[in-house]
Write a protein that binds this ligand. Structure first.
Ligand SMILES: [Zn+2]
Length: 155
């Protein structure tokens, strides 16, 4: 998670990138990493997790990442949760949880992306949240912040 936090710092500092960091580890080695590149690439799918999953697949020349652990500074959105499920990630570890940040970081009103994991046809997938949560939460707008609707990511 400390590597993911370092990547979030990189995203924060880079023009057009965003402070969400992701690292994928398998067999004790980092196989891919990324930060949110949505604005940089003009690609709505370039979330940190998707960037890292794509790089892991390219590196391993395999679309299945069984046994891999995905570390991310923010609870994965629905797209990234589903991509992790399809990629056969074995464990998802996130820092800041949905309740720690403003609602604009998530696309759904009532579903929790953790429900996707609970409902998946996967018995070899686990999840843990709140890891170094305070260090991760500092990157994001807090839940109680008043953000004009026009500035909310999920509007
Ligand atoms: Zn996402």
């Amino acid at each position: 998670m400390r590597c993911a936090i370092a990547l979030a710092h990189q995203g924060e500092a880079r023009d057009g990138a965003n402070p969400i960091g992701c690292v994928i580890v398998r067999d004790g080695a980092v196989i891919a990493e990324g930060f949110n590149e949505v604005d940089m690439l003009h690609d709505p799918t370039a979330h940190a997790e998707i960037v890292a999953i794509r790089r892991a697949g390219a590196r391993l020349q395999c679309h299945e990442l069984r046994g891999a652990v995905l570390y991310t500074t923010l609870q994965p959105c629905g797209m990234c949760t589903m991509a992790s499920i399809w990629a056969k990630i074995g464990r998802i570890v996130f820092g800041a949880g949905r309740g720690d940040v403003h609602k604009m970081y998530f696309e759904d009103r009532h579903l929790d992306t953790l429900d996707f994991i609970r409902d998946a046809y996967r018995k070899d997938l686990s999840v843990a949240g709140g890891v170094l949560a305070a260090d991760c939460t500092r990157f994001y707008v807090p839940p109680e912040a008043v953000v004009p609707e026009a500035e909310q990511f999920n509007r």
